[in-house]
Structure formats: structure tokens, C-alpha cells
Design a protein around this ligand. Structure first.
Ligand code: FAD
Ligand code: GLY
Length: 384
């Protein structure tokens, strides 16, 4: 039996992606004894596969609690990046050129117009640009461009560096990190008729902890399956392709309705993505790559000449309604969820870390988490 069986942790975090590590870091800063367990290497799943766009105006379709959460996280990102640099000495390449959302076909106009209308009406920072203006900013974009929206405040980071910086910051703050340790079961006991967590059964022995945070991304439902929890998170595959540096390098993140291009500081460009329900299969497929290439070439025709340097796929953690699941379990004391960030987990990392660490350290969060409560699911199930 591992010696951990003797240690009583204040908090055990299941999952060492950007969500788990950022929460662990904040909790250790708050003086708690924290352990993070990952079945694999830290930051090697969705957090590694992502594009790193901080893009609520491109991704969200309407205002509301989710949009507000995204914008609140975006607003604290530059400070977050600075703090990570100070604590880990890793620069996460926070870039502020902004995002261009292109209309490339007549059929794109309606969607861009609709986006322009609601974002203008909400007072968001969005600009409408003619094709000539856009091509002055980005000469590599196709001459077929009709017009575009510019989102000056939708920025980007290098998500792989973000995962590394969070791991390092957590470790240096005293967080115990256990890679290649798979959580098999949550342990609970009944006290005066109420369930409370006591620890975890893992591939390397028992872990005793007063609170458990479920940050296991697409695997979160598997981790909680032995409890009465109603958590339902499913994987949605996204494939990606990276290219060598273009002749006319991009500076903005470029979006179309069918795909996106992300320039990296190294000079390479990342093209994405697909949205596929294929279970836990992370294969890169001919069809997926063909679609991504076609959409990338449509945006920037010179992509056709570029060497492909890497392809990969990752699993976005998706709840039934696409919203994250954040907050306490209503039935099991000490069980807390921080999962299902779907397409926006990189963007939502700072605000999730803030909300969940406040919940643990202060008993409540300054952010209203009720729209993201697991109970919204329970209510929905009860209604049908
Ligand atoms: P993960 O990074 O998946 O981490 C979960 C961890 O839990 C894993 O390391 C896993 O090994 C571990 N784990 C699972 N089961 C167990 C177990 N039983 N025991 C121990 N450990 C376990 N978001 C954005 O904001 N911007 C983007 O541009 C963006 N682009 C994306 C592009 C693609 C192709 C994909 C796939 C995702 C993208 N996302 C983006 C979404 C983002 O990547 C995710 O929402 C985010 O990474 C989720 O982080 P996480 O820490 O919850 O999950
Ligand atoms: N947010 C981009 C993606 O999930 O593909």
C-alpha cells in the first residue's frame, strides 16, 4: 500500500489539465495541502490539443450567463499570463492582435450580419471591415473575401505553454503532482444520513482527502460513475493540422464559418478543426484532415504550398447543453465539479480557477455558478 494512505489531503484534484492544475495552484496559494492525479502525463489531453483562442465573440451565439463567464475570463487573462510568467518563468505567448471573422461566400453573410447585430446592440467591441481593409491587415487572405468582422479583444495564448506553466506554478506552490495515477473510484461515507467524500481509490493505492475536485475533462463521468452523481460528460473529437510558416505570415486569428487559422510565435500556423462524436477515439482521419485543409486553403490559398508539420486530435468535454459544470454536488459533501468546458476551456481557465478556489477556501464564489450547477441537469431529467 502506498504511503499516501497515511496522508490526509485537504483537496485531491482528479485531472491534471489546465482546469485541474489552475485550481490546484490557487488552492495551494490559499494555504491548502493539495494533490493532483492524472492517469497520463499532465496537460496531455484536450489542454494539449487545443488552439488557444480566447474567443467569446467568435464562439458564442448569444449573450447570457455563459457568454458573461467567457468575457469575464477574457478580461483577467493578461494579468493571469503575467502572474504565470512570474511564478513559473514560462511565457504563455499571450497575443493581442485580435480575431478576424471572414465572410467568404454569399451564404456566410447572414451569420456574420446576425453576429454583428447582437454584438453591436450589446455594446461589444466589434468592427465591420471591407475586404480591402482586411487584406491590408492580412495580405495572405484570399481575394474571394467579401467582408469581415474584427474582434479586437478576442486574443490567444499558446495552450501547450499554458498547461506547462500551470503545472510548474502548481508544483512550485507546493502542490503534490502524481502523473500516471488513474483514479478508479471515489470513496464516500455516510455521516448522519448524508454522504461525504473520504478519498480516492487509484491505480497506485488510496488517497485520503476531505474534498475532491473532478477536473477529468471528457472522462469526468467515468470517474464519478460509482457515486449517485448525475454527471454526464461526453467526448467530442477535434482534429488539427499545423503548417510551416506561410510566405506572408499571419498576425491575427482568422475564423470562417467552416474553419480557423491560428498563427503561433514560432511562425507556424494551426488549422482546425472537426466536431465529431466518435467516443474516446483520438485518431486523425483522412476525411478530417481533408476538410481542415479545404477550409484552410479557402481562407489562405497559399496554404496549398505549405508543408504539414504535425497533425493531432483531442477530445472536448461536452455536457448535454454545452455548458460547463461548475460547483458543489448537491448530495455528496466535499464533491466539487470543474468540467465540461467543451470548446472554451482554455479561455475559461482563469475564471474557473477563481470560482472553484473561492468555493473551497471561502465556502462561496463571487461568481454566480447556479447556471452551471450539476442540478440544472437533474432538473432537466426530472422534467422529462
Ligand atoms: P483535459 O485537458 O482533457 O484534462 C483532463 C485530464 O484528466 C487529462 O489529463 C486526463 O488524463 C485526466 N484524467 C481523465 N480520467 C482520469 C482518471 N480516471 N484518473 C486520473 N486522471 C484522469 N478551448 C479554448 O478555450 N480555445 C480554443 O481555441 C480551443 N480549441 C480547441 C481545439 C480542439 C481541437 C480541442 C480538442 C479543444 C479545444 N478547446 C479550446 C477546448 C479545451 O481544450 C478544453 O475545454 C480544455 O482543455 C479542457 O481542459 P480540462 O483540464 O478540463 O481537460
Ligand atoms: N474552440 C475551438 C475548438 O474547440 O475547435
Amino acid at each position: 500500500m502506498s504511503e499516501d494512505h497515511q496522508t490526509q489531503w485537504d483537496v485531491a484534484v482528479v485531472g491534471g489539465g489546465v482546469i485541474g492544475c489552475s485550481i490546484a495552484w490557487r488552492l495551494a496559494q490559499g494555504g491548502l495541502r493539495v494533490i493532483v492525479l492524472d492517469k497520463s502525463d499532465f496537460g496531455s489531453e484536450a489542454s494539449y490539443a487545443a488552439g488557444g483562442m480566447l474567443a467569446p465573440l467568435s464562439e458564442a451565439d448569444q449573450t447570457g450567463a455563459f457568454f458573461d463567464l467567457c468575457v469575464a475570463s477574457r478580461a483577467i487573462y493578461s494579468d493571469f499570463a503575467r502572474e504565470l510568467l512570474e511564478s513559473s518563468a514560462i511565457d504563455i505567448e499571450y497575443r493581442t492582435e485580435g480575431t478576424l471573422y471572414l465572410s467568404l461566400r454569399e451564404e456566410d453573410d447572414e451569420e456574420l450580419d446576425r453576429r454583428w447585430q447582437w454584438q453591436q446592440a450589446t455594446g461589444l467591441n466589434v468592427k465591420r471591415l471591407g475586404a480591402g481593409c482586411v487584406r491590408k491587415l492580412e495580405p495572405g487572405i484570399t481575394t474571394a473575401l467579401r467582408w469581415a468582422l474584427k474582434f479586437p479583444d478576442d486574443h490567444q495564448v499558446n495552450n501547450r505553454l499554458l498547461a506547462a506553466a500551470l503545472f510548474e506554478s502548481a508544483r512550485l506552490s507546493g502542490v503534490e503532482t502524481r502523473p500516471h495515477t488513474e483514479v478508479h473510484q471515489l470513496l464516500t461515507e455516510s455521516v448522519a444520513g448524508k454522504e461525504r467524500v473520504t478519498g480516492l481509490k487509484t491505480s497506485r493505492g488510496l488517497i485520503l482527502a476531505d474534498r475532491l475536485i473532478i477536473a477529468a475533462g471528457s472522462w469526468s463521468s467515468q470517474v464519478t460513475s460509482s457515486t449517485a452523481s448525475t454527471l454526464e460528460v461526453l467526448p467530442v473529437r477535434g482534429q488539427m493540422v499545423a503548417f510551416e510558416m506561410p510566405v506572408q505570415p499571419l498576425s491575427h486569428v482568422i475564423y470562417s464559418r467552416r474553419g480557423y487559422l491560428i498563427p503561433r510565435n514560432s511562425g507556424c500556423v494551426i488549422a482546425g478543426s472537426t466536431t465529431e462524436r466518435t467516443g474516446f477515439n483520438k485518431s486523425v482521419t483522412a476525411g478530417g484532415v481533408a476538410d481542415i485543409l479545404n477550409h484552410a486553403i479557402e481562407i489562405m490559398p497559399s496554404t496549398r504550398e505549405l508543408a504539414i508539420t504535425e497533425t493531432w486530435a483531442g477530445l472536448r468535454p461536452h455536457a448535454h447543453d454545452g455548458l460547463p459544470v461548475l460547483g458543489k454536488d448537491p448530495q455528496i459533501d466535499g464533491l466539487i465539479y470543474a468540467t465540461a468546458h467543451y470548446r472554451n476551456g482554455i479561455l475559461l481557465t482563469p475564471i474557473t480557477a477563481r470560482a472553484i478556489s473561492e468555493l473551497v477556501l471561502e465556502g462561496d464564489s463571487s461568481i454566480n455558478l447556479s447556471p452551471f450547477s450539476i442540478s440544472r441537469r437533474t432538473l432537466r431529467l426530472a422534467e422529462h
